[in-house]
Design a protein around this ligand. Structure first.
Ligand code: NAD
Length: 290
């Protein structure tokens, strides 16, 4: 038996199409056009490509592109003063500091300057706390994309046994928290977990975010389980994930491919966060038009 494929490109396209309508309705109702301020420091080629994609996608969704670029040798004070200005600017709904930043900068303290209601990456301590307490706030994009894929595929999260492989602040921890908030029974596995295949065989849903190419093989999978592969690895044969796709697809019920699974969801969720940010600021009464 071969697993059904969860088509991340199609789900992302439908999220983006719905979002475009939602942005238009929000702007018509409030007079506010959501604006995304991507902040790029220096000229890292991969970061330039990522930021260009985010900017283009935000404009397609009907948002204002409020991109900021600082030179490679920008000081901590330069970036701090830019982030403070963006935090205070009512035209800016969302702020995204593109990582990594050049070595002379302290990314952790810079991120903390982003107010929670503009934190479209969901990485500040405040946003992490709001997620932990299941209170309204902005959630990290890739983890939200995982939940969106499960929902779009009709997978029942409530009551499901889920194993998340990985405990990073960017993916593993927040995805586990989102799943707990949706009433799943969640195990967080990591590099010190004993007998990972046995732990995973208990799972109705596996979220693989270890950053280890092909880690999850067929013997990890309970027949019919849903497998979400967050991993991205660039090799000579193209992109692949943390899941040994061909053999796992023989046992799983549903599976995300790499590429074309979780990857396309990240920008879609960033755009959704930017609209949520604008809505949150409007509700808090801090927007220009309120
Ligand atoms: P990370 O290196 O920060 O964290 C990896 C986690 O996996 C750690 O918590 C570690 O304990 C665990 N781990 C490592 N080896 C393991 C093993 N052998 N068994 C069990 N657990 C193990 O990585 P990250 O930032 O969380 O990213 C994980 C993967 O997801 C990477 O491949 C990354 O490229 C990818 N990623 C994809 C997207 C996307 O948009 N699809 C976004 C972010 C990250």
């Amino acid at each position: 038996m071969s697993a059904g494929i969860i088509d991340g490109k199609a789900v992302a396209a439908s999220v983006r199409a719905a979002l475009k309508d939602e942005v238009a309705a929000f702007t018509a109702e409030t007079g506010i056009q959501p604006g995304l301020a991507t902040v790029l420091v220096g000229g890292d080629p991969a970061s330039e490509v990522y930021v260009a994609n985010k900017r283009r996608s935000s404009v397609v969704a009907g948002m204002a592109d409020l991109h900021q670029h600082l030179p490679e040798d920008a000081s901590q004070a330069d970036v701090e003063s830019l982030l403070r200005a963006l935090a205070a600017d009512p035209a800016v709904s969302g702020i995204l500091l593109q990582l990594p930043v050049p070595a002379q900068l302290d990314a952790v303290s810079l991120i903390e300057l982003i107010p929670f209601e503009k934190d479209v990456d969901g990485l500040t301590t405040m946003s992490v706390g709001l997620l932990a307490q299941n209170k309204a706030g902005l959630r990290p994009c890739t983890p939200s994309g995982v939940i969106e894929l499960l929902d779009a595929s009709g997978v029942t999260i409530e009551g499901a046994n889920v194993v998340v492989i990985g405990r990073s602040e960017l993916v593993g921890r927040p995805v586990a928290q989102l799943l707990v908030n949706r009433n799943a029974t969640v195990t967080i596995a990591h590099s010190r977990t004993r007998d990972l295949p046995a732990v995973c065989r208990e799972a109705d849903i596996i979220v693989a975010a270890a950053g280890v190419k092909g880690l999850v093989t067929a013997d990890y999978i309970k027949q019919g389980a849903t497998v979400i592969d967050v991993g991205i690895h660039r090799g000579e044969e193209g992109l692949s994930g943390d899941v040994a796709y061909a053999e796992v697809a023989e046992v799983a019920g549903l599976i995300t491919p790499v590429p074309g699974g979780v990857g396309p969801m990240t920008i879609a969720m960033l755009l959704q966060n930017t609209l949520r940010a604008a809505q949150l600021q409007y509700e808090l009464g801090g927007s220009a038009a309120s």
